[in-house]
Design a protein around this ligand. Structure first.
Ligand SMILES: NC(=O)c1ccc[n+]([C@@H]2O[C@H](COP(=O)([O-])OP(=O)(O)OC[C@H]3O[C@@H](n4cnc5c(N)ncnc54)[C@H](O)[C@@H]3O)[C@@H](O)[C@H]2O)c1
Length: 284
């Protein structure tokens, strides 16, 4: 079955970004959140994202692309319309299981169900469904329209055909897919978190400033962005949660957040989104 309509569950940062990406590449999109004002906020983000894309000549017409996006609070409308559904609700296992139970009960068995989880077990999310063979991880990066990587994660029961259809979709929306086994941290966070936590530990030990550690990795190792700046971008609140989770799951202390990071997060300094992390973002 060719994928024509993409369903997106959750109209937040990632959900609206994934919806915008699909719309930019000509798909019909149905976006669902739990309340109408959240749906409207998501639609507004998509509209302004599409307008920015038009102004940079990435798409010919924001209005035309936006005409393909619908918002709803009705999950059944999504399962009726879409042949591929990407879930992007908050990173909470119980919530994701509830959503997948609902999606699985209502969608035809040939509808693909992807989760945008950045760390949770895809196998466990799929365990609540009758058709785990059509469930996989579809880990987009933020912002989905700019970040090329799409990490596709195969759960214990994910079928080959599910992966093939997800790869086709990834390529159709201009992403670079990689296929990864369902294992804590997948292929991205498992390495990325080590660097981020170790760099923070180096600041704590007084080895060098955050700026100089980032410069070392940018200039010496050719990283486009140093690990501390990247952590500020992604939010240390989320990094701490993922780090603790990986430390438990993989049994390695290298993922544990050091005290300076914990203190920063306890003080509400998560990085760019709160205006301060290892860097001061107030003027940005
Ligand atoms: N933000 C990032 O940088 C990033 C990057 C990669 C992956 N992720 C993952 O993407 C997922 C979403 O993250 P986010 O940053 O977009 O979160 P967010 O908080 O911005 O958005 C989540 C949205 O889901 C909605 N929601 C909650 N329950 C719902 C339900 N039952 N049905 C429909 N909508 C529901 C919320 O109202 C909210 O609007 C998480 O699993 C996160 O780990 C996030």
């Amino acid at each position: 079955m060719a994928t024509q309509t993409i369903g997106v569950i959750g109209a937040g940062t990632m959900g609206s970004g994934i919806a915008q990406l699909a719309a930019q590449y000509g798909y019909d999109v149905v976006l669902r959140d739990i309340e109408q004002d959240l749906v409207d906020d998501g639609l507004e983000r998509i509209r302004s994202g599409l307008e920015a894309a038009e102004s940079r000549d990435i798409i010919p017409s924001a209005d035309d692309a936006f005409a393909h996006v619908e918002g709803t609070t009705d999950i059944e409308y999504v399962t009726d319309e879409a042949s591929l559904i990407v879930e992007a609700v908050p990173e909470d296992m119980d919530l994701k299981k509830t959503v997948f139970e609902e999606l699985d009960a209502q969608a035809d068995p040939d509808v693909i169900l992807g989760t945008n989880t950045s760390s949770l077990s895809v196998t466990e999310i799929a365990s609540v469904t009758e058709h785990p063979e059509r469930v996989l991880g579809m880990h987009f990066f933020n912002p989905p329209v700019k970040m090329k990587l799409l990490e596709l994660i195969t759960g214990h029961h994910t079928a080959e055909e599910t992966v093939e259809r997800a790869v086709d979709f990834a390529e159709a929306v201009g992403r670079d897919p990689i296929v990864v086994d369902d294992y804590p941290g997948f292929a991205s966070s498992r390495l990325g978190l080590v660097l981020g936590m170790e760099a923070a530990r180096m600041v704590q030990e007084g080895v060098a400033s955050a700026e100089d550690i980032d410069t070392a990795m940018e200039q010496g190792y050719n990283f486009p962005m140093g690990p501390l700046k990247l952590g500020d971008y992604n939010g240390w609140d989320v990094r701490v949660e993922v780090g603790e989770y990986l430390a438990e799951e993989l049994g390695r202390d290298v993922y544990r957040p050091p005290q300076n990071v914990k203190k920063m997060v306890r003080a509400g300094d998560y990085g760019k989104k709160t205006g301060r992390g290892f860097y001061d973002w107030d003027d940005e």
